[in-house]
Design a protein around this ligand. Sequence first.
Ligand code: BGC
Ligand code: CA
Length: 445
Amino acid sequence: MKKALSVALACSMALSLVACGGGSKPTEAPTTAAAGGDTTTEAAAETTTEAAAAESGAEVANKDKPLVWFNRQPSSSATGQLDMTALNFNKDTYYVGFDANQGAELQGTMVKDYIEKNIDTIDRNGDGIIGYVLAIGDIGHNDSIARTRGVRKALGTGVEKDGNIDSTPVGTNADGTATVVKDGSIEAGGKTYIVRELASQEMKNSAGATWDAATAGNGIGTWSSSFGEQIDIVVSNNDGMGMSMFNAWSKDNNVPTFGYDANSDAVAAIAEGYGGTISQHADVQAYLTLRVLRNALDGVDINTGIATPDSAGNVLSDDVYVYRADERSYYALNVAVTSDNYQDFMDSTMVYAPVSNQLDASTSPEKSVWLNIYNSADNFLGSTYQPLLQKYDKLLNLKVDYIGGDGQTESNITNRLGNPSQYDAFAINMVKTDNAASYTSLLEQ
Ligand code: BGC
Ligand code: CA
């Protein structure tokens, strides 16, 4: 109810903004909008290079412009170690994502709870083994790794490696002899069941795109034809792959399927037997992604409209995000979405009510932003995140150019960052988390 109202409100504001339009042309030089701007912002503006330069009409070097990494955190795909050089590219650089470990734990617990609650019907072939298959998104993506670990941890199938749960795909393990996972056990209904990861695989297509939904749809076909009766549960690192498997096989076979992201189609499918998903609060992430840029461009405190209310009343409470200064990162918090509460999550593209107020263009004048999505075919980014960004860009007076990549090569995207001087700020979603320098090198030229 509350959500629906706030969206109607946000929409009417967005509409009235368009209606009262007359904004600057897309091609306008980035620094002119604030040039000779009002005197009330001057003191604040002087605190940052770009705002000060804007006031004086000088050009801001690309390397000094605000930069936000989002959804794919600059880090080593081999070890997960954060790339602090990229995260500290300049004083206005941040990452926006979500708390991967908290979400992973929620996902694992959600699956375990489901098993316990449905113990009377879950073991389809009655062999005393609860078998599951797992679709892995990207073996080098820290969110994907965390989710694989979270599920293995909750179900007792994880094996320790270097102090952490091994996240290596098992391939197939129908007989339980694999070494990267082990059989777990669950006690429910007065009985002890074995829990087995029957199979898992990275869903990467032949061209190299990861988190690939079509590959997952084919994967479940292969798995179900070799050991279909043994599959009691399907788990996926995201809803894109989860829904593909659900539609291809598990829906018709009444096998509960669990994903991640709370995309609208997945939430709707809960009414048809999809087991559940996790909301990574994309409504908060999309806001933060553009908000950190806005604040840096305005030369105001970075937590304006985040930890502290802005003049329009936008503010986030600390139950929806955390900021870790040492990592230069904002992380949204996750929420489990199951048959108990899915009605509240039906529209994943709804702006978050506490941050849905229009900024005043006199103090936050239009600025232009270059933003890319690593793969235009990615389900979560395409159906949830980008629509949200497109609502917040209006509320924050940002003119954003959206660039969609092919999910395979960085150059497909960086080729379209040919003239960074045309933009005031940058929002980057890398193909591979190791590749931050492909972008920053262009800004350094
Ligand atoms: C999402 C996935 C998405 C990936 C892309 C993850 O946070 O859960 O659905 O494919 O990001 O980087
Ligand atoms: Ca079984």
